[in-house]
Design a protein around this ligand. Structure first.
Ligand SMILES: [Zn+2]
Length: 213
């Protein structure tokens, strides 16, 4: 009897680990981010969830409501520009907000194990990594690899009207959105509507975040 009870308890704990409570509806999560951004832009940020009490509340686990793949640029700090705090957003940052296997693994982890249902790919105005890719050539060292990963978006927008860096940045955001949507792990849950992936652009001049479609 005791053995049966123990086995049931073990099975229950495993099933909890594999299927955490699903996070908020992705549309609600997106609205929370955009509303936070509007507060930031208006100079009315509330800096939520940044107390020691919040830190203690999270010490046993996290259920962030969004995963954000953003550029490493020091001016693009997601917690600040979305007016969020500890435990609110799971952030993956790399110059040019590009996907590689490790980044994708981080995103999958948040979705599969933390119950996060919204993925945001956040590009930004005048991105240095995108500018380097638009300038062409192959920069020395590992920067060359970054530029190479952005190159398809530069090629896709070459000769289009408007600013070349802006066009390539938007194309790069949308390319990462499609790569995530086509991922063999994330693709099915995105198609089922359980998880949503969106592209967004951060404006360095006024701090505003707009969706990129
Ligand atoms: Zn950038």
């Amino acid at each position: 009897m005791l053995k049966a009870l123990l086995l049931t308890a073990v099975a229950a704990s495993f099933s909890f680990a594999a299927e955490p409570a699903a996070g908020p509806d992705p549309d609600v999560a997106l609205k929370v981010l955009l509303t936070g951004n509007r507060r930031f832009v208006a100079g009315r940020a509330t800096h939520p969830h940044q107390t020691l009490a919040r830190l203690r509340e999270l010490s046993k686990g996290q259920h962030p409501s969004a995963v954000i793949l953003s550029c490493a640029d020091s001016r693009v700090a997601p917690e600040l520009l979305f007016d969020q705090g500890l435990g609110d957003v799971f952030i993956v940052r790399v110059a040019g907000n590009i996907l590689d296997d490790e980044n994708l693994g981080s995103i999958e982890y948040a979705v599969e194990h933390l119950g996060t249902r919204l993925i945001v790919v956040l590009g930004h105005q005048r991105c240095g990594a995108v500018s380097a890719a638009v300038q062409g050539g192959k920069p020395a060292g590992h920067v060359g690899k970054l530029v190479e990963d952005i190159q398809p978006s530069v090629e896709a927008t070459k000769g289009k009207p408007g600013d070349a860096v802006e066009n390539a940045m938007r194309a790069n955001v949308l390319r990462m959105v499609s790569l995530i949507a086509d991922d063999e792990t994330l693709g099915p849950v995105i198609k089922e509507g359980k998880v949503k992936v969106v592209g967004a652009r951060y404006d360095l001049d006024n701090g505003r975040v707009e969706l990129v479609k």
